[in-house]
Structure formats: structure tokens, C-alpha cells
Design a protein around this ligand. Structure first.
Ligand code: ADP
Ligand code: MG
Length: 397
């Protein structure tokens, strides 16, 4: 993992681990001051935030936010439709938040934009979309600068706002956690997708052209994310059912439907602690229309969930160990703390996944090294992180 990360920093396409540069060369310190907005576009919904920063370690004085669901048809429509919708919701939020205040007469508002898809950046406030992931597929946006798209849409809404930084959720989580704790070395997301961001020494990035920035980030995906775990279990169950009839004579329509069994479903079955696996029984019936299962069969379903979640968690832990190794922080004992800030629905809600992830990381590092490594759940770093980076990038210190 660490070797692949090095290779990915060496040249474009030089590794199976895609290392993307974030161009963020100033992480927030706590001294930032003023009003900043954040916009977080991740999976199925987006969030808008307004953050008032106090400066001089007064940190966040106030933070207001609103979550908006993205209408499914916009996920595969046109770029201008998607960004038009986002800009109009953002404009509504700003109007509501600033009602009765004199802010609207002041200078241009500053926005940090968290856009959690692979983007190739050439500066901190621009980036072309490499490809869509998760549920999105808006062909005409691929290859375009998503900041320019958003900026144009905001202009059409008459919204006086400037995008000061474009980041992804992992960079946002890193920034949000570092703002409060300077020992944070990486921001990691286990949600619909998986990715991680860490601070790299500028001179360790051969592929960087031009003036050197101080940061870097990497993205990897081994079908370990929330998007896939339910689907993997579905495929295993389908194969078992077709090959050995474990569920008896059933209608396979639901079991054959791609992505029909979702990760929250397998999480619910996996955590079922009722004596007769009542929840497993209900889920199989409700979601897959598999009725009258025996306790033995239900136990096997739980075991399959366990195998799939464990595989994902152990691979994810290997990724974290790789980052620590790359940073030279996999062997140090008690010298300095290394905090890994993690966010994302999978990590937050799938307890057996997060427990296994943590246990595996400590297993890989060994008892001594583990003492200095801390895993921290960073709740909603990605939204606030965007506003914080907008602040750190636009203030000269
Ligand atoms: P994103 O911002 O990428 O959309 P989130 O961090 O919001 O992702 O996480 C959403 C993902 O978390 C879902 O795709 C799902 O796989 C997973 N998830 C949500 N709730 C649960 C749950 N109860 N158990 C397991 N996984 C869950
Ligand atoms: Mg998210």
C-alpha cells in the first residue's frame, strides 16, 4: 500500500492507487476569523452551511446548516440542471440565514465546496471532474471544471458568492479535525465510497509541476464501501440459492435485482441479537421476499454478512496502516500521537465494521505502535471543513 502510494505520487497513472493533489497548502489553525459558507455534495443529498469563526482559538461561534435531498432524476441529467438546483437551494438558504441582517451589503461571500468525486485539480479553487462515482452519471459534466459550473449557476441565481476552495470529503474531514487537534494526520471516509487524505511533503511529489504545495491526498476503492457491501451479500445469497436451493422454492426476482439489498439492511441482520434471529427473518421476507427460513439458514446469512463486512474492514484497515507507514508513523512509540479522523455512514452506523477495522489496524501495527495511534470519529468534518478551508485559504497569515 505504502509503495503504491509512493508510485502514485511519482507519475500520473503510475499506480493502482490514484493519488490526487488537493492543492490545499494551509490547513486551518483555529485563528481564522469571519463568516464562511460551506457546500457538501457527497452521495444522495447535499448540505449547505454557514459558519461564523471567532479567530484566536474562539473557534466556531455559530454554525447553521440545511440538508437537501437531490432529486434522483438530476443525478443523471445535465450538468447545468444539477448545479442550477444546488445554486438555487444555496441561494434560498443564504436568503433565509441573512434575513434581517446587513450582511448582504457586505463584500462577496466566501464558499468552500466539498465535492466528493474524483477531480483533477490544478489549483485549490478549480478542478475538472475525472469521472462520476456512486449514483451519479452526468456525462456532460465529465472533464469540466466543477467550480466554474457552480460559479455560473450561482451567478444565474444572482448570488454574490465566490468559491474559495474545492475539496473532497476526506480533505474536509482532515481540515475539520485538525482545526481542533494538531495531531490529526489523516482524514478518512467510509461512507457510500471510500477515500482518505493526508498531508504530504511537497518534495515527495515528483509529479507535481510548478510551485510546490504542501498537501496531497489519495483515493482508493476495493469494493469495501457502503455502496457495495449489501450488493456483495446479495450476489452470494443469489448464487447459493440458485446452486443449492438454500431458501427452498422461491421467486428470485428481488434477489436478482442489482443493489436491491443495501448495506444498512445487512448491517441490521448482522447486528441481530434476538435469540431466533427475528430481524434476519423479517429483512429476508420484507426485502428479498424469502419467507419461512429455518434458524440454520438465518445463521448462515449472518455469517455471510460477517465475512463480507470483515473482509471490507480488514482491507480498509490495511489502507490506514499503509498511510501511517507512508508517513513514517507506523513504528513510533509514544513519541507523538497520530490521530486518524474518520467519518462516513458506514463507519458511523455499522458497528461491527468499525470495531473490526480498529482491531485490525492495531493488529497490523502491533501492540507498541498502536499506543500512539488514535482513531477518532469526526462527525461531519466534510461540511465544516469546506468552510474552514475557504477561511484558511482566503486569509493571509
Ligand atoms: P456519502 O456522503 O458518501 O453519501 P455517507 O457518509 O452519508 O456517504 O454514508 C452513507 C452510506 O453509509 C450509505 O451508502 C450506507 O452504505 C451506509 N450506511 C448508512 N446507514 C447505515 C447503517 N445503518 N448500517 C450500515 N451502513 C449504513
Ligand atoms: Mg458524505
Amino acid at each position: 500500500m505504502a509503495d503504491e502510494m509512493c508510485a502514485g505520487l511519482g507519475k500520473e497513472g503510475g499506480s493502482r492507487v490514484q493519488m490526487l493533489l488537493s492543492y490545499v497548502d494551509k490547513l486551518p489553525t483555529g485563528r481564522e476569523e469571519g463568516l464562511f459558507y460551506g457546500l457538501d455534495l457527497g452521495g444522495t443529498n447535499f448540505r449547505v452551511l454557514k459558519v461564523q469563526l471567532g479567530g484566536n482559538d474562539k473557534h466556531v461561534i455559530s454554525c447553521e446548516s440545511r440538508e437537501v435531498a437531490i432529486p434522483p432524476h438530476l443525478m443523471s441529467g445535465s450538468s447545468s440542471e444539477l448545479f442550477g438546483f444546488i445554486a438555487s437551494e444555496l441561494a434560498k438558504f443564504v436568503a433565509d440565514e441573512e434575513k434581517g441582517t446587513s450582511l448582504s451589503n457586505e463584500k462577496t461571500r466566501k464558499l468552500g465546496f466539498t465535492f466528493s468525486f474524483p477531480v483533477r485539480q490544478r489549483s485549490v479553487a478549480s478542478g475538472t471532474l475525472v469521472k462520476w462515482t456512486k449514483a451519479f452519471s452526468i456525462e456532460d459534466a465529465v472533464g469540466k471544471d466543477v467550480v466554474a459550473e457552480l460559479q455560473t449557476a450561482m451567478q444565474k441565481q444572482g448570488l454574490d458568492m465566490h468559491v474559495a476552495a474545492l475539496i473532497n470529503d476526506a480533505v474536509g474531514t482532515l481540515a475539520g479535525a485538525r482545526y481542533y487537534d494538531e495531531d490529526v494526520v489523516a482524514g478518512v471516509i467510509f461512507g457510500t465510497g471510500t477515500n482518505a487524505a493526508y498531508v504530504e511533503k511537497a518534495n515527495a511529489i515528483p509529479k507535481w509541476e510548478g510551485e510546490l504545495p504542501n498537501s496531497g491526498e489519495m483515493i482508493y476503492e476495493k469494493l469495501t464501501s457502503g455502496m457495495y457491501l449489501g450488493e456483495i451479500v446479495r450476489r452470494v445469497l443469489l448464487k447459493l440459492s440458485l446452486q443449492s436451493g438454500i431458501f427452498g422454492e422461491i421467486d428470485h426476482t428481488k434477489l436478482k435485482t442489482h443493489f436491491h439489498l443495501r448495506t444498512p439492511h445487512i448491517s441490521a441482520m448482522h447486528h441481530d441479537d434476538t435469540p431466533n434471529l427475528k430481524i434476519v427473518e423479517e429483512k429476508l421476507e420484507e426485502i428479498l421476499e424469502i419467507a419461512s427460513t429455518s434458524l440454520e439458514t438465518r445463521k448462515m446469512v449472518v455469517e455471510i454478512c460477517d465475512i463480507v463486512a470483515r473482509r471490507a474492514a480488514r482491507l480498509a484497515a490495511a489502507g490506514l496502516a499503509g498511510i501511517l507507514k507512508k508517513l513514517g508513523r507506523d513504528g513510533c512509540v509514544d513519541k507523538h500521537r497520530s490521530v486518524i479522523a474518520i467519518d462516513g455512514g458506514l463507519f458511523e452506523h455499522y458497528a461491527k465494521f468499525s470495531k473490526c477495522l480498529e482491531a485490525t489496524l492495531y493488529e497490523l501495527l502491533g501492540e507498541q505502535s498502536s499506543k500512539s495511534v488514535v482513531i477518532k470519529h469526526a462527525d461531519d468534518g466534510s461540511g465544516i471543513g469546506a468552510a474552514l478551508i475557504a477561511a484558511s485559504q482566503s486569509q493571509c497569515r
